[in-house]
Design a binder for this molecule. Structure first.
Ligand code: SF4
Length: 349
């Protein structure tokens, strides 16, 4: 029996196994579903080798750069949807701030904070099933001013979009729409019943048709199976998205998923590595739940991922920007602000 285990270790889990897989991916090969499953089921002893192999892929396409995103909750709470993970849902009694759409001045102040925090992208996020036409017009008018004043990339997360709304946002200069798949088609009804998985896919299609980039990812740790995570990972391949946020459930008290706590920091790293192997050239962001789920292992997440949020999340606080900058510096990594990127582009001309 011992011999068999030893053999299995040699064949399946030697340190070079992940490097060989990285070689395949670096040469343009695609990760298979069974290889993805092996990543999710890899042992704790292999974590460092897995991270090192994922880092080779990250480094090839993104070097040591960390892209920083800054979130602004433009409208908080008051939502009639029932997303089980969300503190702003109609079923949540989490004690959060509730307010209607922020004014232009408030959104401009947020953009200033994003620029000061060296973020490259300012994410304008609003609670609700989808925006009214008036809200879309409001965002469109602010975005034009933000771009003029700060040159930030703009990503909007406003819920389900109609084609005309997407066109208005695109015309105003919105670069990207965020609308997460969150989980698999199979598990989706266990998490939300007021809209469907197809509603989500449709908004992504509408945003793409309007010419905007897509930012869409998942929330891990909601009680899903590994198969559900694999479903999302490979669905995202089909969609060919530009940016993938990987959230880890921060089960806020008062939400339907309160008390759910079924992934370890090592699981979080495996999921980030899986995402990198399956999406070698796509921006992958460690998103919500970074501090609380990766805990002391959070710097390791930046070996597979090349992006993160700076400062706070929608209704929860993150570590301070100073701690984030220190973490990036300690890793020997670097970040590029929107200002620096614009300057580099001008210099290159
Ligand atoms: S995720 Fe969005 S749509 Fe769902 S409950 Fe929260 S605010 Fe509403």
């Amino acid at each position: 029996m011992e011999t068999v285990i030893h053999k299995k270790t040699e064949n399946k889990t030697t340190p070079s196994r992940w490097n060989r897989l990285a070689d395949v991916v670096l040469q343009g090969g695609k990760l298979s579903r069974s290889e993805g499953q092996e990543i999710l089921q890899s042992s704790d002893e292999e974590i460092m080798q897995l991270l090192a192999a994922a880092y080779r892929i990250r480094h090839q396409h993104f070097g040591k750069v960390v892209q920083l995103y800054y979130l602004k909750n433009a409208k908080s709470g008051l939502c009639q949807e029932d997303c089980g993970y969300c503190s702003q849902s109609k079923n949540s009694d989490a004690p959060i701030e509730k307010y209607r759409f922020l004014s232009e001045d408030d959104l401009m102040r947020g953009a200033k904070q994003a620029a000061e925090a060296e973020a490259k992208t300012y994410c304008i996020v609003a609670s609700g099933r989808g925006p009214s036409d008036k809200e879309v017009e409001h965002v469109a008018s602010v975005v034009k001013n933000i771009k003029q004043e700060y040159g930030l990339h703009i990503c909007c997360c406003l819920g389900l979009l109609e084609p005309k709304q997407a066109e208005t946002l695109a015309a105003a200069g919105v670069d990207r729409i965020n609308h997460n798949l969150n989980t698999s088609r199979r598990f989706h009804p266990s998490i939300v019943t007021t809209h469907t998985y197809d509603d989500r896919l449709n908004t992504l299609k509408v945003a793409r048709n309007a010419g905007m980039e897509l930012c869409t990812g998942l929330i891990a740790g909601m009680g899903e199976e590994q198969e559900d995570i694999l479903d999302v990972v490979f669905e995202l391949q089909e969609l060919g998205v530009e940016s993938i946020p990987v959230n880890f459930l921060n089960a806020i008290d008062g939400t339907a998923l309160e008390g759910t706590n079924d992934i370890t920091p090592r699981d979080c790293l495996r999921i980030l590595c899986l995402m990198r192997f399956a999406h070698p050239t796509t921006e992958i962001r460690i998103a919500g739940g970074r501090e609380i789920k990766l805990r002391t292992l959070q710097p390791f997440g930046l070996y597979p991922a090349n992006s993160m949020f700076i400062s706070d999340y929608l209704t929860t606080t993150g570590q301070t920007p100073e701690e984030d900058f220190q973490m990036i510096a300690d890793l020997g990594f670097e970040y590029i602000s929107a200002d620096a990127e614009t300057k580099a582009m001008m210099d290159a001309k």
